[in-house]
Design a protein around this ligand. Structure first.
Ligand SMILES: [Zn+2]
Ligand SMILES: [Zn+2]
Ligand SMILES: [Zn+2]
Length: 726
């Protein structure tokens, strides 16, 4: 015979169970239980009626029976077939006793009054309109809590399990208790009304020295107090209980909001919890999954070894305070990424973003750009804040990776705090572009309080024009307009701080792929939005997994590409080709042409240059260039930057990030180099979500803070300096 059991087909040879084999069912309902012997001569309806009668249900009540066996938490017991399966399961698992949970699905009265079988019970809800009917159809996940505590002899795997189940039981049944003894090996709890009303409910449990499990040795499960009614709020319903209910949800979705937890808890468990409880429960669940923030620092030295061993060529620098062995900062770049970066565009976006664990943390990142306009994470640094020292540390190690590759890399940044001076120290000669979006925000802040929003909007537009100027002449022309609108008294000092080659396209000395903003860095930051919430070790580990998977996926994707260029660039070529159709091309000398429509342009195809300068700036032929290439019967693809070709893209992902196993983590003896968490904790209160302002975005009068004593733009109340524990 074959049955579908536990989603597997199990074939059984049916032997009639001899009557000598005892199978006992323990039926549990609302904290009460009774034993009933089962044999296969019985049928389902006999069992059902027995239970129905014993627990004194009303005829209108609908009762559902469930049992659990190892591997299957909830097995329904609804008909004769299920009943036979119960015997099979018991035989398979060699069980002598099976727990049957009794759940009431429908029914009004919860009082334990005896049923007068002669008189019909009238449920007034049957005659009421929809709006007036009390809806009790819903079953909550908390319904089974009332079956957690039932008999003397119940076994619990440790005090923690008993405490949790006792809390849930009390919540479900609706009373409060206090612990008189609450030790690992002994628990004694009494009803909270023992003093006021002399209620005699009590529970006593001892641990067995044989297996360490706790057994209930004494239980008086009847209350003589009045306080036994289930309410939607309960004192015992704290973050500890809620944590166990939401742990699975949190592990799927780390960014779950406390409000969402509250409403979810209400709908699935039928209880109200406060915002504070939801928030705390989320932290507890996070800690249960990932370990506490403090603990994860101790895993870092193991992780370093694991990364260096499994991913040759990686750079993993871990700095601790030598005297205290407390964590200071770390730098990490995987070998596969470093190798592959040589085949990406020679540009790097550098930016800092917040870590959101309880330790004050900043994640500095260097992100490249692949041939298909996607981002390419190269290196990250975890440190306490965006200081000159931390940026210098980051740039120094970044430089040691880039130097052997021998390419001049262009950097793009938002001129963040500490970044500028560190950059000049380490990467002095490298081109450095400022994100024009940040510049324009800085400029706009100068007009705050002076003039209306229309003026600011006008200044912004004029500034865009200046930044996007392609020639020096255009730059001078646009700058005149900007000064006329914005006023020379503000514009001139602002621009005097900015070297023009760092932000205006006309002055880019070498090819910089037309980059104007550090959008790539921001897409990287939002890509790790979830990982930023995690403690440091998990953040690194999860980011690595994400990087590993993304690289693998892109490698496979590229295998299917049949074009010469990557899809995004192929698309761009198509658009530019379409635009090139309106030009007429006139030959001058080898490689040099004049291209005409409304205006005329000089194109030099051997220099990859056009007098519109778009070809030089974007490293991609402009429509004039494309028109010329076609007229000269040249292969267009030979004139397109090598990094946009599919073969380069494939090479950039041909060095995989290797997986890491942690089976040996617990057996590694690294107590001697155990790293302690940093002293600086994030200050209390809601973590700030907004990023720090870049240089010049804020300009307030300096005041002395009464908390940290530093001169700054904050006072005692808004101080965010880390609290140093003594
Ligand atoms: Zn009581
Ligand atoms: Zn052109
Ligand atoms: Zn302060």
């Amino acid at each position: 015979m074959c049955f579908r059991f536990n989603n597997r087909f199990v074939c059984l040879f049916f032997l009639r169970r001899s009557m000598a084999d005892p199978l006992v069912a323990r039926c549990l309902y609302s904290g009460k239980g009774y034993m009933i012997p089962l044999n296969q001569c019985m049928d389902y309806s006999e069992l059902y009626e027995d239970i129905f009668g014993t627990f004194q249900f009303f005829p209108t009540d609908n009762v559902e029976l469930q049992y659990s066996v190892p591997g299957c938490e909830v097995c329904f017991l609804r008909n004769d077939r299920d009943f036979q399966m119960l015997f099979c399961s018991a035989r398979i698992h060699r069980l002598e006793c099976v727990d049957i949970s009794v759940l009431k699905i429908r029914g009004g009265c919860r009082r334990n009054c005896s049923v007068d079988s002669g008189s019909e019970v009238i449920d007034e809800d049957d005659y009421l309109g929809d709006a007036f009917r009390t809806e009790v159809h819903k079953t909550y996940l908390s319904d089974e809590w009332s079956s957690y505590i039932h008999n003397v002899g119940d076994k619990f795997h440790g005090a923690a399990e008993l405490r949790e189940k006792l809390r849930k039981y009390a919540i479900a049944v609706g009373f409060e208790f206090v612990f008189l003894r609450n030790d690992l090996d002994r628990i004694y709890a009494v009803c909270a009304n023992v003093g006021t009303e002399g209620c005699d409910w009590h529970l006593c449990a001892f641990s067995s020295s044989a297996n360490g499990c706790l057994y209930i040795t004494e239980l008086n499960n009847t209350h003589t107090c009045k306080g036994v009614v289930r309410t939607q709020k309960h004192k015992l319903l704290g973050s500890k209980v809620v944590k166990t209910c939401i742990a699975a949800d949190v592990s799927f979705n780390l960014s779950l909001k406390p409000r969402e937890i509250m409403s979810k808890f209400k709908s699935t468990y039928g209880f109200d919890i406060s915002y504070k409880v939801a928030l705390k429960a989320k932290h507890r669940a996070k800690e249960a999954i990932y370990g506490s923030d403090a603990e994860t620092f101790s895993k870092l030295s193991w992780y370093k070894e694991a990364v260096l061993q499994s991913n040759p060529g990686s750079s993993f620098v871990l700095e601790v305070e030598p005297s205290t062995n407390r964590f200071q900062r770390l730098f990490i770049a995987y070998g596969g990424c470093v190798e592959g970066f040589q085949f990406c565009l020679p540009v790097l976006y550098v930016d800092g973003t917040f870590g959101k664990s309880i330790y004050k943390g900043q994640i500095l990142s260097a992100t490249g750009r692949n041939g298909n306009q996607g981002f390419y994470p190269l290196a990250i640094c975890f440190c306490d804040s965006e200081t000159d020292a931390n940026w210098t540390f980051f740039f120094k190690h970044l430089k040691s990776l880039l130097e052997p590759q021998g390419r001049v890399v262009t950097f793009i940044s938002d001129r963040g705090v500490g970044l500028l001076s560190a950059f000049d120290k380490v990467f002095g000669g490298n081109p450095h572009l400022f994100c024009y979006k940040h510049l324009v925000a800085n400029l706009a802040s100068k007009y705050r309080g002076k003039g209306n929003s229309k003026l600011i909007e006008d200044v912004k537009q004029k500034f865009f024009k200046v930044a996007y100027s392609s020639t020096q002449k255009e730059y001078c022309f646009n700058l005149r307009l900007l000064r006329a609108v914005g006023g020379a008294d503000i514009i001139d000092p602002f621009l005097s701080e900015l070297p023009v080659e760092n932000w205006c396209r006309a002055f880019y000395t070498s090819c910089r792929y037309g980059i104007m903003a550090n959008g790539i860095a921001e897409s990287f930051n939002s890509w790790i939005a979830i990982e930023r919430l995690m403690p440091v070790y998990c953040m690194l580990d999860q980011t690595r997994i994400k990087q590993m998977e993304m690289a693998g996926k892109r490698r496979e994707e590229a295998e299917r590409w049949t074009t010469e260029l990557t899809p995004k660039m192929e698309e761009r070529l198509k658009v530019q080709m379409e635009k090139s159709r309106r030009f007429s091309v006139h030959y001058s000398s080898p490689g040099v042409y004049e291209v005409r429509s409304d205006f005329s342009y000089v194109v030099n195809i051997s220099d990859h240059a056009c007098s519109c300068v778009k070809w030089q700036i974007n490293c991609f032929p402009c429509p004039h260039g494309l028109a010329t290439l076609q007229a000269a019967s040249e292969n267009v693809y030979n004139y397109i930057d090598k990094y946009f070709h599919v073969d380069m893209f494939k090479k950039s992902y041909s060095f995989p990030i290797h997986p890491i196993t942690n089976v040996d983590m617990s057996s590694t003896d690294s107590a001697s180099e155990c790293i302690l968490p940093p002293l600086a904790k994030r200050p209390p209160g809601r973590p700030r979500v907004k990023r720090f302002k870049s240089v010049g975005e804020v300009e307030k009068k300096l005041i002395c803070c009464g908390h940290c004593g530093k001169m700054g733009t904050h006072n005692k109340l808004s101080c965010t300096e880390p609290l140093v524990q003594q």
